[in-house]
Design a binder for this molecule. Structure first.
Ligand code: FES
Ligand code: FES
Length: 162
């Protein structure tokens, strides 16, 4: 079946089987390999992307269900090819990654978390609770939590907030 959707601000279309998972469509048909697959059970969060501004696990949705929707993947968050998003920069600065496998999903979840808690201080407890759906096999959670707190502050500052 033919689907057509917006990804990172660009229009894409493709022919998918009804059983094709959204994450497979992104990785294998469009070559957007920043969205990772870490489990078969919707637990690890490595495949987290945004659909219509909300974070979702791309392994739990069929490509057909994304027909007509607006998606953002990790490839679409940096402002340009030579600049990092403040949240990506915060991960770099705060040792928020080790092997990096979970990082795209962590960053997509972090961005959605910041959006959900707009205007609030993202404290460690909230960040840890919100990260329940994302697993890091390197168990580097301390750096990830620090990075998200710093990234949230940097985003607020760049948006003219506190
Ligand atoms: S690959 Fe989607 S949650 Fe693990
Ligand atoms: S940094 Fe290796 S899985 Fe998280």
């Amino acid at each position: 079946m033919q689907i057509s959707l917006t990804i990172n601000g660009k229009q894409h279309s493709g022919d998918v089987e009804p059983r094709t998972l959204l994450v497979e469509f992104l990785r294998y048909q469009l070559g957007l390999t920043g969205t990772h697959v870490g489990c078969d059970t919707s637990q690890c969060g490595a495949c987290t992307i945004h659909m219509n501004g909300k974070s979702i696990k791309a392994c739990t949705l069929l490509a057909a269900q994304a027909d007509g929707q607006d998606l953002t993947t990790i490839e679409g968050v940096a402002p340009s090819a030579t600049e990092l998003h403040p949240m990506q920069e915060a991960f770099r600065e705060n040792h928020g990654l080790q092997c990096g496998f979970c990082t795209p999903g962590m960053i997509m979840s972090a961005l959605a978390m910041v959006e959900r808690h707009k205007g609030e201080d993202l404290d460690e407890k909230t960040i840890r609770e919100e990260l329940e759906g994302n697993l890091c096999r390197c168990t580097g959670y301390h750096g990830i939590v620090k990075a998200i707190a710093a990234g949230a502050k940097a985003m607020q500052a760049s948006q003219g907030g506190a």
